[in-house]
Design a protein around this ligand. Structure first.
Ligand code: C5P
Length: 403
């Protein structure tokens, strides 16, 4: 899949740098060319010799080496690649990227490049959660930087949580998705997925049974056709796909904000099972059981209808807006009415009655509803539904052309 692709791999100074050696092997096994750049800090973890030996290429280390007339300049180096991969992307490298620093070879290349950049962040869990790091990551995502990981698990520092670098095979998948060429190359598609959690108090919330499986499969299928995906996901059971920009949210209000910030997009697929209401009198501290047996009373307010909001946009509306309708009765009839009410282009309707085993299961049986009528698709895996839907979206955007 990666034959002939040129990857500029920037290795940052974190303990996970050892995994970058394996990453080089795996990229080369797919016939990609890997040009390695190593920061000074990374040299404390892996040696330039091992990096260079595995890459089969010279390893670039020093900004001022490159200013020599005889050498490749940093501008050329930053642009000769098809993709820049930063693995490990340490907190410091992320901060430099977010701030636009250019005080060493790695940061200068990242500033000078006109190519897409994929980062595999890794750091101590507290550093990952630090507001400064979260701000930097949000800036990078808004700048269109692709991310893969970090994963949750045991860390070399003895702590547990998010901060482990994605595994080399996950990074290879993300590279493949980032370099995918296909009918959706250059198109930005927004996908919402998963349930939302609406708090009752700091420890309790209202949720639904959505696993996020269908939304994740759709994002994967669209990415495989070359689309740039922004994946806005509630707390789902399945991991988000690699090689897409992930915006994790908890509540419907947060999802609406994330969707707004991710626009414009060529198409938007709203596969999330968004809660219809949130609790307006959610407590700031845990609600205690009353000794006299009086019960808490929850007051609800309607959540923003994200699909309807985006479908109704006067300016900057995605060319194709696809909604979902999870119904238990009169599926086609209700979904047809929903398409009109919400003003979206297509509705993917499915029967989520418990007897179908669809909600939380691996298969789906859907009806695609467009302005021209309805089309029943046979029961198939959620991945197959996703592939077919992604193909239909590619056809529709292709027919819409560039406007
Ligand atoms: O819940 P409902 O049947 O109205 O959902 C239909 C569609 O609307 C789905 O695509 C869902 O993602 C979207 N929706 C939304 N915001 C809401 C409720 C639903 O985007 N608050």
């Amino acid at each position: 899949m990666l034959a002939g692709k040129r990857i500029l791999l920037i290795i940052g100074g974190g303990i996970a740098a050892y995994k970058s050696l394996d990453l080089i092997r795996r990229l080369r096994a797919q016939n990609a060319t890997v040009t390695p750049v190593i920061t000074n800090a990374a040299k404390e973890f892996v040696t330039p010799l091992s990096v260079s030996a595995l890459a089969g290429e010279k390893v670039y280390q020093d900004l001022f080496d490159l200013t020599d007339e005889a050498e490749m300049g940093h501008i050329e180096l930053s642009r000769a690649a098809d993709l820049i991969v930063v693995a490990p992307a340490t907190a410091d490298l992320c901060a430099k990227m977010a701030g636009g620093h250019a005080n060493d070879l790695a940061s200068t290349l990242l500033m000078a490049t006109d190519k897409r950049v994929l980062i595999a962040p890794t750091m101590n869990v507290r550093m990952w959660q630090h507001p400064a790091n979260q701000r930097n990551l949000a800036t990078l995502q808004a700048d269109g930087i692709l991310t893969v990981g970090p994963n949750e698990g045991d860390m070399a520092c003895g702590e547990f949580g998010p901060g482990r670098m994605a595994e080399p095979d996950e990074i290879v998948d993300a590279v493949t998705a980032a370099l995918a060429t296909g009918p959706l190359a250059g198109r930005h598609v927004l996908v919402t997925s998963g349930p939302t959690h609406e708090p009752i108090d700091p420890v309790r919330y209202i949720a639904n049974r959505s696993s996020g499986a269908q939304g994740t499969a759709i994002a994967q299928a669209l990415a495989a056709l070359g689309a740039d995906i922004t994946f806005v996901t509630g707390p789902a059971d399945v991991a988000p796909p690699s090689g897409v920009t992930v915006m994790p949210v908890q509540t419907a209000v947060e999802m609406a904000e994330a969707v707004k910030s991710a626009l414009p997009a060529d198409a938007a697929v709203f596969a999330a099972a968004v809660a219809d209401w949130h609790v307006v009198n959610a407590a700031q501290s845990k609600i205690k059981k009353d000794a006299k047996g009086s019960l808490p009373v929850l007051k609800f307010a309607e959540n923003p209808d994200i699909l309807a909001q985006v479908s109704g946009m006067k300016k900057g509306r995605p060319k194709l807006v696809v909604g979902f309708a999870a119904e238990t009765d009169n599926v086609t009839q209700n979904a047809t009415a929903k398409r009109k009410r919400k003003k979206c282009d297509w509705i993917v309707a499915n029967d989520v009655s418990p007897s179908t085993g669809i909600m939380g299961g691996s298969e789906n049986a859907v009806t695609l509803i467009t302005k021209d009528g309805s089309q029943d698709w046979p029961r198939m895996s959620k991945r197959q539904v996703a592939d077919r839907l992604a193909g239909a979206i590619a056809d529709a955007l292709g027919a819409a052309g560039d406007t």
